[in-house]
Design a protein around this ligand. Sequence first.
Ligand code: PLP
Length: 399
Amino acid sequence: HARLAPRMSGAGSSPTAEISNKVRALTAQGHAVVNLGEGELDFPTPPAICAAGIAAIEDGDTKYTAVSGTAALKAAIRSKFARENALIYADDEVIAGAGAKQLIFNAFLATLAPGDEVIVPAPYWVSYPDMVRLAEGTPVIVACTPEQGWKLTPDALAAAITARTRWVVLNSPNNPTGAVYSPAEMKALTDVLLAHPDVLVMADDIYEHVRFDCAFATPAAIAPELRARTLTVNGLSKGYSMTGWRIGYAGGPAWLISAMQVLQSQSTSNPSTISQRAAIAALEGGLGFMAGWLDTLRARRAIVLEALGRIDGLSSDVPEGAFYVFADCRAMIGARAPDGRVIASDLDFATYLLDAAHVGVVHGSAFGTPGYIRIAYAVDTDTLRAACGRIEQACHALS
Ligand code: PLP
């Protein structure tokens, strides 16, 4: 009776689970573990947004809404796209869901058939390949290099497209590298895509606002010709520190939005009514808090990069966005820990940092790029400084 559907065989549980389990085990033993593995800002959700959620409860706004979101939320989403991205969507071209994750999943589920390929540049957000497999498609991983700033090049994109390509995923700013495509770089990619009219474009813009002094570019705005086959996905988790509220949204062609709505209506229905009210306040309230957040993040990024500068064998360029440093640890492979164990992989190195420094990071293999670790600087500055000091000590203890 314990028989799973064949589609389950392609998807593993999160590759970060092993590290997370160890973090929990060490914490339970009373160790002060600093988890720099989590993709979640420590900042509280801005008070005015929380107040809107509380007001929703107090107003009795606690019932089902339209599956794709209330009229007021969809209006706020459409104004956001128009104001910030110069993307004009009609009411049936936008949808809200329980996080960007649900929208991306539903878009794949709605469009992929066995044999369909989805181009996923690596390093990638851990969920894309498994989502594609769960939808019975085939992820086609295209390796990007640090020499290219971890960005997909037009040539690599062109070489990866086949007659079976259904989607290309573009994520800028990128998780885990923090790479941000300039408008010119994005244009070079959209130029390639213009020659392939059957390919859909998944623009994952969730880190749009977490950027340091560089421009933002989203494919449908850079190449209006692609608007009819681009799903522009965004959400409140990262930019507004609202991970737990579970609100994401997307703009795209009506046929696709309508299919995503069907899936949502037969699975989860509308996203939380209370969160929808908070989301309206977020989208309409301006980003006045962001400059302060970015100052804090910039200072933390410097702490991590300065620590890497003091450690032989770890390095990273300066990431332009998100809140991650994707550090090269290839020189650590083959090193010997004080207990005699040899570090044979990026996972071994991450495990060593957890054991010896009590700091959790995620190994690059989880993002499709072995030989690296992702350090999330999403904890308070003092904790981060202490964690970096401990990483430094642990690395100096290697021989
Ligand atoms: N896309 C990327 C690149 C992410 O890093 C994340 C969260 O880690 C998501 C999407 C999902 O965000 P949400 O909380 O809106 O589902």
